[in-house]
Write a protein that binds this ligand. Sequence first.
Ligand code: KG4
Ligand code: ZN
Length: 335
Amino acid sequence: MHTPVILAIESSCDDTSAAVMAGGEILANVVATQQVHEQYGGVVPELASRAHQQHLIPVVQEALRRAKVQKSDLDAIAFTQGPGLLGSLLVGGMFAKTFALALGKPLIAVNHMRAHILAHFIRDPKPAFPFLCLTVSGGHTQLVIVRSALDMQIIGQTIDDAAGEAFDKTAKLLGLPYPGGPHLDRQARQGNSTRFPFPVGAMPGYDFSFSGLKTSVLYFLRQQSAADQDFIKNNLADLCASIQYTIIQTLLRQLQRAAADHGLTQVALAGGVAANSGLREALQNLAAEKGWQVFIPDFEFCTDNAAMVAMAGHFQYEVGDFATQFVSPDPRLKL
Ligand code: KG4
Ligand code: ZN
């Protein structure tokens, strides 16, 4: 059988990425991260679009060079159609359409959230179907039953902030740089996670809520800082550990319930927050207790990257799921 060579483009948020895949094997995955947003404490959509415009072609050229693949070797162009920031998606989508048109090759429109899940198929060990996937990123928190590479169902999701947002917003209250998740993680390793009890957002079914945590941390810090202006500084590690513990408990409680109700014993983690060391450890411990098998992709494939888009593109190529030149970005594309 012919091995399809796919070029994939990811530009949904603030990372510009291109990857080359041949027959399901990743040959190159190049990511240009945008530094420009740091000074604003969050992603500025207009600046993200401009940076994608600057980075995209060099990133594609570098991916082709590293993969030792010529433009003429490509069989299809895959790109992220959504969800994401409209301006960012437009840059990647427009490039992909133009490139596919110029080369006379088919176009594959990929759903970013499906791609996060399919990142599990880039490297061994790979989960077997069906499995339960918890996707936790800066923009999304979803609990998904994955029946096949093309058949997925959301059974729970956040009704307000995403888990990554909960990390980033509480980290900001503590004066940590953006994005705060990794900084909070690092501090938490030295801290006592039961020192400051924060409320765990209790939701029916398998949904999540994180906005209450942010508010309670805000009021707590205000109150304590009024009595002791160095309160945050003197208790930083314990504050980080306590906040992280609360987020992890919120995530794992619903995950555990969903796995039990659906009789699933293979549990996967996806998205940037899967890098959190506390979450990884707590999930491994829970898995040992429950007899689950746990899957967490390499960090490179957890945060936004085009390799996962190529993987999704590969599965879509196999069934001939191609897009026309009339395809347009969809910032709210559903799973
Ligand atoms: O998947 P991702 O790279 O981008 C989105 O699609 O959102 O996820 C980024 C999110 C940010 O909120 C970042 O703070 C969080 O992942 N993150 C972490 C850690 N590393 C990244 N959160 C907690 N602990 C970490 N170690
Ligand atoms: Zn993402």
